[in-house]
Ligand binder design. Structure first.
Ligand SMILES: Cc1cc2nc3c(=O)[nH]c(=O)nc-3n(C[C@H](O)[C@H](O)[C@H](O)COP(=O)(O)OP(=O)(O)OC[C@H]3O[C@@H](n4cnc5c(N)ncnc54)[C@H](O)[C@@H]3O)c2cc1C
Length: 384
């Protein structure tokens, strides 16, 4: 058995663990980032070209977190010498009174934090986005500072940042045991015992295995998305097409413009049954892809008529209240758990990493984390 002794051990090289490791090396810590697969693998939650970032949330806490994440995203862009954020704006469309109420709540939460957003009526939507043919009477909320983050590039940039500092990456190292009995938390992977002054567990859909104490609160679900390549591609690039969220009573869904090598992405938000990340099902069902395309019939004829270029799967790890889990492990305060990002965590990842380091090393943070408590009562309710 070999021993690896560091200031901070991070388990999980998805976006949350990688950003934690990056923020830790920025603070001058010696870090081991332990990942069971290879960088960029497609079995967890962080792969693919794009993720929406937005201030558009009905809760002011998330609006504040977005504001805190931006400077860290820009710091990573500067360090990597590469553009990661594509500021195409974010458009929320409402179908029906529930959707309308959601837009009002988002507008109010943003206003409370001095973030501007604008309601658009049918004609204004048509002017801004001639690709759209929305039904009359539809309302939308536009937020100019939203956009799409290049997800795979961001993950790579964080890994590079870790390498540049005092960080070591251990790939193909599956943590088989988390030992919290010693003075210092220790994890065992292959032939190595990683012992840190502090430990952060960021296992994505494997979190219920890594943190059995929270297994009941976490439900991994397998999401599927379709990729369509419209004939007039230029109309669907970030300079002409925003990130789009449709608040449909039956099923919310969203679309991303063309980012990197990926075509226009369309997916439903949630509504998928529980699934186990150990059972690999990387190919989406053709029926689901056709269903996704069907949503576009009356809205985006150009994309609806485009061929399906492919599709992918990806895991959400859901909590009953859709709030994240960020805080001390129920068994000891020097171990921090990051889990339950419920399909909307990516945009906050650098701040999640920063907060994880503060919680682990300083025992507290100035960021509001109460709603993310691992011991909150809402976590006892079933997801659904
Ligand atoms: C289809 C889809 C669309 C999304 N869209 C958005 C969006 O538009 N905007 C947004 O903000 N968010 C979005 N999200 C959510 C966001 O992508 C996730 O919140 C985020 O990627 C979660 O990252 P993670 O690091 O927690 O998990 P993961 O990326 O799954 O990382 C966990 C890592 O831990 C490793 N691991 C687990 N167990 C072990 C072990 N025992 N030993 C070693 N390593 C281990 C895994 O291999 C994995 O690499 C979306 C998610 C999906 C699936």
């Amino acid at each position: 058995m070999q021993y690896e002794r560091v200031d901070l051990v991070v388990v999980g090289g998805g976006i949350m663990g990688s950003m934690t490791a990056w923020r830790a090396v920025q603070r001058g810590l010696k870090v081991a980032l332990v990942e069971q697969f290879r960088p960029g693998h497609a079995r967890g939650s962080s792969h693919g070209c794009g993720r929406i970032y937005r201030y558009n949330y009905p809760e002011a806490d998330y609006v504040r977190w977005m504001g805190g994440a931006f400077p860290l995203w820009h710091a990573l862009e500067e360090e990597a010498g590469e553009r990661l954020l594509f500021g195409c704006g974010c458009l929320d469309l409402a179908l029906g009174p529930e959707g309308d109420a959601m837009l009002e709540a988002c507008h109010g939460a943003m206003l409370s934090q001095d973030i501007q957003s604008d309601f658009l009526r049918h004609e204004q939507i048509r002017q801004k986005l001639p690709q759209f043919t929305p039904p009359p009477g539809v309302r939308a909320l536009y937020q100019a500072q939203g956009g799409v983050v290049a997800a795979d590039r961001a993950l790579e940039a964080a890994w590079q940042g870790v390498r540049r500092g005092e960080g070591r990456l251990f790939v193909d190292h599956r943590v088989e045991r988390v030992d919290l009995e010693y003075d210092q938390p220790t994890v065992l992977a292959r032939d190595t015992a990683f012992r840190g002054q502090r430990l952060v567990l960021a296992g994505g859909p494997w979190a219920p295995r890594l943190i059995p104490e929270l297994a009941r609160a976490l439900t991994p679900t397998r999401q599927q998305f379709a990729l369509l390549r419209p004939e007039d591609e230029a109309m669907y690039r970030p300079d002409r097409f925003p990130a789009l969220i449709v608040h449909d009573v039956e099923q919310p869904y969203y679309m991303l413009p063309i980012i990197g090598s990926e075509a226009v992405k369309i997916a439903r938000h949630g509504g998928a049954p529980p699934a186990d990340p150990e059972v690999v099902q990387a190919t989406p069902e053709p029926r689901e892809l056709e269903k996704l395309r069907g949503y576009l019939k009356h809205w985006l004829p150009g994309a609806y008529n485009a061929p399906i270029e492919g599709g992918k799967t990806c895991f959400y790890t859901e909590t009953s209240d859709t709030d994240f889990i960020i805080g001390a492990h129920p068994a000891r305060p020097d171990v921090v758990v990051l889990a339950g990002f419920s399909g909307h965590g990516f945009k906050f990842a650098p701040l999640v990493g920063q907060v994880a380091v503060e919680l682990a090393c300083d025992g507290g943070t100035s960021w509001p984390v109460e709603r993310f408590s691992p011991t909150r009562e809402a976590l006892l309710k079933p997801v659904g």
